[in-house]
Every structure is written in structure tokens, then in C-alpha cells.
Write a protein that binds this ligand. Structure first.
Ligand code: NAD
Length: 497
């Protein structure tokens, strides 16, 4: 008998009003049902928003350092539960245990960062142009925030959004991706136990159309924080325009690692293996393209092939597994279709290129780590996000060509350059179109206290991580206090003085 899970709405654990459910299964072993979750609809979202609106009226009055202390308690509880939550996460979405531990750790770090922000939620004091007049700004909450998340970072990404939104005094309606409802549930339970008041966090499980759309369209939600694909993000921005919601979009990527002729090749190899095949290539920052200087191209391709073929596929809970399954059957098909497209376009398949079904892997959605060489910038595998363990290799002969190939995509999230040349490093920082540039490190590896996000079709200019979200989730109020006892007219009296 599978465990039944519920929504958390208006301070209670409840089924969806319509009574519908969906199963959460293990992508490494599709026969394992992890739990049964409510398939919510607009009616459930409406109730969640109503409760959030009501609860937020009190939450906004709680002093920010007190809210910060609750965030600290939540982070403390996540520390205690890290191992259990990491195991749940590996079971429901497949990535290996070392990575799911890292995912929970990122939520822990973000919780402690939020706690600190509670003691430094500064506005600004600004000199007035008039005598006997004070002027300053304060941060006020927006109201109710809608949080819609993808499945690839099941606790880290919700934490990037929910900790700052709550610290700032907002109430939250949260929809996790339907592939990872258990991690969403684990996170919400932890927040509640830490002391977040019940109506302030509402959890509604379900699909994009049945739960995501009502969140996007609800007139009482003032702000949307979305991470997911560029296609869905564009649609969300259009719908949200009708109610003039503030929208933060963190979308797709097509990230590249450049290896220059003087690069440390062993380090670059470790970097590309981690960047391209960590999380089975299902990271927004995954290394999807490898741009090699012609002088090291052939030698590097040889060591790359050998190393990729040595990667061990398997259940992410097993020690020794390097690469887990893809998240679901649909993702496996997308990856396989792109491999067929790459072959038809004329790229050379160096290794991989098919599902992997040996041993216990026949029960899950495993795909052989894949490398294409002789890839040209106009091919679809060079331009479109694949979101799987597929790497496209390019050969270049000049820095200008490297930059052109790198920038020749609609996305701009993460970039990496391996070189010993300081001058080239700073050219990379200036010329690579991406929100993040790593020098001598792979395209993945964000830290919670630095801004995270991308340019071009990777987003709409906002950044998660660091201090930016605390501005995004607040309105600034400007306050003037005139203690002159007379009418003072800005611009006019100053002009006459
Ligand atoms: P997705 O866009 O399919 O889904 C994201 C979320 O939106 C899910 O909760 C989904 O249920 C919901 N959704 C789907 N359709 C919707 C609709 N029409 N209306 C409202 N909500 C809807 O993305 P995914 O497959 O879950 O995640 C993978 C994508 O996320 C990749 O493109 C990846 O690059 C991107 N991503 C970006 C970042 C970043 O920070 N830039 C981080 C992680 C993942």
C-alpha cells in the first residue's frame, strides 16, 4: 500500500477537493511507487491563496529578525534531516546521493543566509534637499507570492525562492514539479516545524496546467517566482501581464566549456565530466557544449572518450554510481530524439547514443553518456537545450572563433574557460554572453550567496542567490518626515533659496 500525501492549505493537510491523485515513481526502478499525491485544481489554489492573503496580514507585522530566527531554525532542522531528505530525493528523481546531499545543503546554506538578512534588512537614509526634513526608505512585503519550481533541484530551488520571500514578510503558494512532490513536502513540513505560521506557506501539488496556470492567473498573487523551461516561462510572462504581476524567470541554458591550448587538460577533463554528466546532464548549468582549441582537440577527444566510457550508470543510492537515470520516460525520449537529430545533421557520434538497460538498469530510464564531435554551430544539437547526458564538441582555431561559437545560442546562463592566460581570462569575463563565467572550473557549482541567473533567453534579468531576491520580494517605501513646522516645497523652495 503506497503512502498517501496531501496538500497543505489554510493550515491543514488536505486532499485535493476533487479527490484526484497521481503517483510518484522512482526513475531508477519504475516499479517502485514512492507515494500518491493530490492532483489539485483551481479550486485548491483559490483556497490556498485565500488563506495566504489572510495569514499575511499578521505575518507582515512580525519583526524581521524574528522571521529570521525561524529561517535559522528551519536550516537547523534541515541539517538534522539532511541524509533522509537526500535519500528521498534520489529515489524520486534519480540523481546520485552525493548530489542530493548537496541539494539539501544548498537549502541549508540559503536558510542561514536568510536568517542573517533578518538582522540587516536595511533601507537607506538619504539627506533631504530641504532643511529640517528627514528622508529614508524601508522594505515592505508584496503580499502573496506564487512559487513554481522544476524537478532538477527539488529542495535547493524552492529554498532560493521561499526563504527570501518569507523573510521579507510575504505568504507563499508553492507548486513543486510533479516529479518531485516528496521533496517539496519535506521542505514545507520543515518550515512549519520551524515556526512558519500555517497560513503563510501553502503547498499545492499537481501539474502545470491544473495548478501552475491558476497560480499565474490569480489576481491576489502579486508576484511569481518561476524556474523552468524557456517555453513555459514565456507563456507565464504573457499571462502574468494581465494582472501586472512582478515576475522572476530562471529558464533554460546551453552552456559551454572552452579549453584553450594552454589549459590544464586533466583539470579540464574532470570539469567537463562533472559539468556534462553530473545530474545526468539535467542541470540548467550543465555543460552541453565543449569548445576545444585545435591544438589540443584530438588528444582531448581521446581522453574524453575513454573517461566517458568509464562512467558507471546505476541507482543513485548505490555507492560507486557516477550517473543516475533520466527523470522520466518523456525525458529519455527527448534525449534519444536529439541523438537521432544530431546523427541526421551530420555530427559524428563518438560514444553513447542509446538507452542503457544492463543489469538492474532495465527497470529505469538510463541513457549512455553521449559525445558528438564535428558539431557545427548551426546544428540543432548545438543550439537547443537537450537536458540530458549529451555533449557536443566543437573545434576552433582562434579566440574570436571561440567567442563566436560560444555566443551563438539563444541562451546565456553559465560559461567556463580553462587556460593559464590571465589576459584571456578577463577577455572571457567581458566577452562571453552568460550570467556566470568560471575560470578553470566547470559550468556548474553555484554558491548560495552569489547572484545566479542568465542573460538572453535564460531569464528576464532577475537573479536568485545572494542579496537580489530580498529586493525582488519587497516594495521600497520612501518616507519623508518634515519637522520644520512650515510648508516646504521640494524643487521650488530649493530653487529660490
Ligand atoms: P518545465 O518548464 O516543464 O516545468 C517547470 C514548472 O512549471 C513545473 O512545476 C511544471 O509543472 C510547471 N509548468 C509546466 N507547464 C506549465 C504551464 N503551462 N503553466 C504553469 N506552470 C507550468 O521545466 P522542468 O522540465 O521542470 O525543468 C527543466 C527546465 O528548467 C530546463 O529548461 C532547465 O534549464 C530549467 N531550469 C532553469 C534553472 C535556472 O535557474 N535558470 C534551474 C533549473 C532548471
Amino acid at each position: 500500500m503506497s503512502t498517501r500525501y496531501q496538500n497543505f492549505i489554510n493550515g491543514k493537510w488536505v486532499d485535493a477537493l476533487g479527490g484526484e491523485t497521481f503517483e510518484n515513481r522512482n526513475p531508477a526502478d519504475w516499479e517502485e511507487v514512492i507515494g500518491v499525491f493530490p492532483r489539485s485544481t483551481k479550486e485548491d489554489v483559490d483556497r490556498a491563496v485565500e488563506a495566504a492573503v489572510e495569514g499575511q496580514k499578521e505575518w507582515r507585522k512580525v519583526p524581521v529578525p524574528v522571521r529570521g530566527a525561524i529561517m535559522k531554525k528551519a536550516a537547523d532542522l534541515l541539517v538534522e534531516r539532511k541524509e533522509d531528505f537526500a535519500r528521498d530525493m534520489t529515489r524520486e528523481m534519480g540523481k546520485v546521493l552525493t548530489e542530493t546531499r548537496g541539494d539539501v545543503q544548498e537549502a541549508i546554506d540559503t536558510g542561514y543566509y536568510a536568517a542573517g538578512e533578518g538582522r540587516r534588512f536595511f533601507g537607506r537614509t538619504v539627506p533631504s534637499e530641504l532643511p529640517n526634513k528627514a528622508a529614508f526608505t524601508i522594505h515592505l512585503p508584496l503580499g502573496v507570492v506564487g512559487v513554481i519550481c522544476p524537478w532538477n533541484f527539488p529542495m535547493a530551488i524552492p529554498s532560493w525562492k521561499i526563504f527570501p520571500a518569507l523573510l521579507a514578510g510575504n505568504a507563499v503558494v508553492f507548486k513543486p514539479a510533479s516529479d518531485v512532490p516528496l521533496s517539496g513536502t519535506n521542505f514545507v513540513k520543515t518550515l512549519l516545524e520551524a515556526g512558519v505560521p500555517p497560513k503563510i506557506i501553502n503547498l499545492t501539488h499537481g501539474t502545470g496546467s491544473s495548478v501552475g496556470t491558476p497560480i499565474i492567473e490569480h489576481p491576489d498573487i502579486r508576484c511569481l517566482s518561476f524556474t523552468g523551461s524557456t517555453g513555459v516561462g514565456k507563456g507565464l510572462a504573457k499571462s502574468a501581464a494581465d494582472t501586472l504581476k512582478r515576475v522572476s524567470l530562471e529558464l533554460g541554458g546551453k552552456n559551454a566549456q572552452i579549453v584553450w591550448e594552454d589549459g590544464n587538460l586533466e583539470l579540464a577533463l574532470e570539469g567537463v565530466l562533472w559539468g556534462a554528466y553530473g545530474t545526468t546532464g539535467q542541470r540548467c548549468t550543465a555543460t552541453s557544449r565543449l569548445i576545444l582549441h585545435e591544438k589540443i582537440h584530438d588528444g582531448f577527444v581521446d581522453i574524453l572518450k575513454e573517461a566517458v566510457e568509464n562512467l558507471r550508470l546505476g541507482n543513485g543510492l548505490d555507492t560507486g554510481t557516477d550517473v543516475g537515470p533520466l527523470v522520466n520516460e518523456g525525458q529519455l525520449k527527448i534525449v534519444d530524439d536529439y541523438v537521432k537529430i544530431g546523427r541526421a545533421e551530420g555530427a559524428t557520434l563518438l560514444t553513447g547514443g542509446e538507452p542503457y538497460e544492463e543489469g538492474d538498469c532495465d527497470k529505469g530510464f538510463f541513457y549512455k553518456p553521449t559525445v558528438f564531435i564535428n558539431v557545427k554551430p548551426d546544428m540543432r544539437i548545438a543550439r537547443e537545450e537537450i537536458f540530458g547526458p549529451v555533449l557536443s564538441v566543437f573545434k576552433i582555431s582562434s579566440w574570436q572563433e571561440a567567442v563566436e561559437v560560444h555566443n551563438d545560442t539563444d541562451y546565456g546562463l553559465s560559461s567556463a574557460l580553462y587556460t593559464q592566460d590571465l589576459h584571456l581570462s578577463f577577455h572571457a569575463v567581458e566577452e562571453l554572453e552568460a550570467g556566470i563565467t568560471y575560470i578553470n572550473a566547470p559550468t556548474i557549482g553555484a554558491e548560495c550567496h552569489l547572484p545566479f541567473g542568465g542573460v538572453k533567453e535564460t531569464g528576464n534579468g532577475h537573479r536568485e542567490g545572494g542579496w537580489g531576491p530580498y529586493e525582488f520580494f519587497t516594495e521600497d517605501k520612501t518616507v519623508y518626515v518634515d519637522y520644520s513646522g512650515a510648508l516646504q516645497r521640494a524643487q521650488i523652495d530649493t530653487e529660490e533659496a
